[in-house]
Design a binder for this molecule. Sequence first.
Ligand SMILES: Nc1nc2c(ncn2[C@@H]2O[C@H](COP(=O)(O)OP(=O)(O)OP(=O)(O)O)[C@@H](O)[C@H]2O)c(=O)[nH]1
Ligand SMILES: [Mg+2]
Length: 303
Amino acid sequence: MFDRLRGALDSAITKATTRELSEKNMADAVWDLQMVLIQNDVAVEVAEHVCELTKQKLLGSRAGRLDNIGRLYKTAIHDSVLEVLKPEHPLEPIEFVTARKQKGETTIIMFVGVNGTGKTTTLAKMAHIFKKKGFSVVIAAGDTFRAGSIEQLQQHADRVGVKVIKQSYGSDAAAVAYDTIAHAKAKHIDVVLIDTAGRMQSNKNLLEEMKKIARVAEPDLKLFVGDALAGNDALSQAKEFHSAIGIDGAILTKVDADPSGGAALSIAFVTGRPVVFVGVGQGYDDLKKFDPEWFAKRLVGAD
Ligand SMILES: Nc1nc2c(ncn2[C@@H]2O[C@H](COP(=O)(O)OP(=O)(O)OP(=O)(O)O)[C@@H](O)[C@H]2O)c(=O)[nH]1
Ligand SMILES: [Mg+2]
């Protein structure tokens, strides 16, 4: 996964390190880096920021010997990427739920995103993870909008062995979430997962409905689910959802389909919230923790 960005960076690094690290060559190398990032779905503002950090690090660590240039350049990129990916507001959902359970509290998690990004599948994957870790889970069928969504959710829930609280299509999604939370509190259930309808970031009515669900359910975590293949569009979606309800973290799906990976950098930088998981397939075990260190290392070929 994320191979495309890494491959492109590899050739930029090779090109840069066959030359001396003079002021001029460094500017060229950083320019190459910026182009590679932009061509791989990193938003322009984010690519510029990564390059500025890289330049500062290079300037601060003047190469002594020529054979160190390659390593210096790689380290500078690695550290800059890591700096962008390391969130101001860290989040580890499983630890988060564990800490709340220890205090006897239920954790409410709401999934949001545009149509078809993988919200419902990701919710089922997370239900599966939480169950495997010994937590009790209940799901709110908060997509009362799209035909077939409730049956689809029920099917996933049956497969992972979790109860769904639902009403009919067209009913108030906030009320479904409210009922589910009341059920969870009465039965001392550890985790409530709220599915929501897909909505375009430009659809004001549906965004208002989402805000209402968030107001009523008061989720402890609001997770944005973005399709990694959407590239830069995933960033504009993340921005809109973040400004509408304030997300706590992002999940990038379909990473198995070989996206460039640039969206991970952009979303983390622009929202200041971490990418917590990546979806790597359609099975319930196909959800992996996103590790910024792994991503940064992989980009510069240090793994
Ligand atoms: N390859 C791959 N497919 C995925 C992944 N996550 C979800 N999908 C597929 O993407 C499609 C859409 O997934 P859903 O979970 O229905 O997406 P959604 O966001 O709930 O869609 P709406 O409810 O219509 O907004 C399904 O076919 C999923 O199997 C992933 O990580 N990898
Ligand atoms: Mg869905």
